[in-house]
Write a protein that binds this ligand. Structure first.
Ligand code: ATP
Ligand code: MG
Length: 343
């Protein structure tokens, strides 16, 4: 069992989550043993390419997996409660109230035949036991809180009358109605254009500061999290390849995959001249995952040993660890040698 690193005031602690799908007689190992924690009042970004298992990991934590999925874990604790010991009904209650999730496409979470006000008022009645009048008042206040202008008028409108950005704000409002301790936002801005995307991320950050809740922000774009998250977890092939504070990940990344991801991110301060390096190759199939490090196929440092078994973590600080047989220093050295010989 992999131990999570620091364990201080964690709102969420998960050890060795394994999620497998059974479809058409085959198994997909979507999450292959991930341990992570979220501290009270922090924003954790979970990044990784498409198919790395980010959404499945979070849905496994929330107990939102379909019947063909099998979720196993050594530990899953939320706000001091053991989620593994809860029945589906208890989990459902917790999900509505203490932990909320918002998804990539707001339309799927909104009923097109009901007004925005109906959605909010229902949540407030159900989860906070408010009467209609109090719920309406609170709904207006929450819409205001998420920056929706003329909230009273907006309450009576339908989802299609909202722009994409406003719909995402409405969904965040719905999640906030429950005053969750943890908000999981799964790619909340990928469907939006860049300016609106930045506004929504700013909103999440200020809401976090205002309310003190914790946020897990899932994204495949490392660039968007730099100014937002406190810590970053990097996923690949169903595994947590590296985790660290945002500073550690950006200024002292250890894992070759994290380094490759960073090279593929445009740096605003360096202007447009810098050459971006997309990571060559494709993510491994999780249908029949390789026995060794899943990144070995695409890693310029990979050796035979990497392909034998999944490496264990190297611990770099109380907050940083990386799943690579080489230390950051050894990788730097190898890189320097290649550069020296290649020129
Ligand atoms: N219902 C399912 N049945 C079978 N396999 C699934 C199911 N849902 C997800 N998977 C598989 O699990 C793996 C991880 O998927 P997941 O959706 O977690 O990736 P992701 O990191 O969230 O990617 P993206 O950035 O595209 O959202 C993928 O290989 C996917 O095909
Ligand atoms: Mg996803």
């Amino acid at each position: 069992m992999e131990e999570t690193l620091k364990k201080k005031e964690n709102i969420l602690s998960a050890a060795d989550i394994r999620t497998t799908f059974h479809t058409h007689g085959r198994t997909v190992q979507a999450v292959r043993g991930v341990s992570l924690y979220v501290e009270a009042g922090e924003i954790l970004a979970v990044v990784g390419e498409s198919g790395s298992g980010k959404s499945v990991l979070m849905k496994s934590v929330m107990g939102l997996m379909p019947d063909n999925a099998e979720v196993q874990a050594d530990q899953l604790t939320f706000a001091g409660e053991d989620l593994l010991a809860m029945n589906p009904e208890q989990l459902r209650k917790l999900r509505g109230k203490e932990m909320a999730m918002i998804f990539q496409d707001p339309m799927t979470a909104l009923n097109p035949l009901k007004t925005i006000g109906y959605h909010l008022i229902e949540v407030l009645k159900r989860h906070r036991g408010m009467n209609k009048e109090a719920a309406k008042k609170e709904a207006i206040a929450v819409l205001e809180q998420v920056g929706i202008p003329s909230p009273e008028k907006r309450l009576g409108q339908y989802p299609h009358e909202f722009s994409g950005g406003m719909r995402q704000r409405a969904l965040i409002a719905m999640a906030l109605c429950c005053r969750p301790k943890l908000l999981i936002a799964d790619e909340p801005t990928t469907a939006l254009d860049v300016t609106i995307q930045a506004q929504i991320l700013d909103l999440l950050k200020s809401l976090q500061e205002e309310t003190g809740m914790s946020i897990i922000l899932i994204t495949h774009d490392l660039g968007v999290v730099a100014s937002l998250s406190h810590r970053i977890a990097v996923m690949y092939g169903g595994l947590l390849m590296e985790e660290g504070t945002t500073e550690e990940i950006f200024y002292s990344p250890k894992h070759p995959y994290t380094r490759a991801l960073l090279h593929a991110v445009p740096k605003p301060q360096s202007g447009s001249k810098e050459r971006l390096e997309p990571i060559p190759g494709m993510a491994p199939s999780l249908l029949d995952p390789p026995s060794g490090c899943p990144f070995a196929e695409r890693c310029k440092f990979a050796c035979d040993e990497c392909r034998k078994e999944i490496p264990s973590y190297r611990i770099y600080s109380t907050t940083q660890r990386a799943m690579c047989i080489y230390s950051g220093e050894e990788l730097d050295q190898q890189e320097a040698e290649v550069t020296a010989h290649g020129k």
